[in-house]
Write a protein that binds this ligand. Structure first.
Ligand SMILES: O=C(CO)[C@H](O)[C@H](O)COP(=O)(O)O
Length: 147
């Protein structure tokens, strides 16, 4: 799968770990930065290009990391077509895709340990939207907001 990743300084270390992890799993990884640790960078500058690439379907799924994952989720959801969520548990990592067609996962580099984050991201990427009528109905109500 073509996967985009991005992080500010709060998520930089975890992003680096996840890039290696995803590459080793055989994914094509597009890194939207930060490309070096810079303690004063701003998460919107890193996450918006990733979210726009998801929105334009240039990449299939996105992984965004900041310190808490909160800012990443807030800004990513401003981009039409992006369905992002801050994930702190394994169930939501796959259920968010299966029920809600989540296409961008947000993680807290200061919250979630590397191995746990890897498991969340793997569950996210292996999940597929169920397409069940009730979920489609709800998803369409979300998509209608963007018209
Ligand atoms: O988590 C974040 C946004 O939700 C940021 O990574 C965090 O706010 C950065 O903080 P600081 O500039 O104090 O390192």
């Amino acid at each position: 799968m073509k996967v985009g990743i991005a992080a500010d300084h709060g998520g930089f270390e975890l992003k680096e770990t996840l890039r290696t992890f995803l590459t080793n799993l055989g994914h094509e990884v597009v890194d939207f930065g930060a490309h070096a640790y810079e303690s004063t960078d701003d998460y919107p500058d890193k996450i918006i290009p990733l979210a726009k690439a998801v929105s334009r379907k240039e990449i299939e799924r996105g992984v965004a990391v900041c310190g808490s994952g909160v800012g990443a989720a807030i800004v990513a959801n401003k981009i039409p077509g992006v369905r992002a969520a801050l994930i702190n548990d394994h169930f939501s990592a796959h259920q968010g895709v299966e029920d809600d067609d989540m296409n961008l996962i947000c993680l807290g580099g200061r919250i979630t340990g590397n191995r746990v984050a890897e498991e969340f991201v793997q569950a996210f990427l292996e999940a597929r939207f169920s397409g069940a009528e009730r979920h489609l109905r709800r998803l369409n109500k979300v998509i209608d907001l963007e018209k």
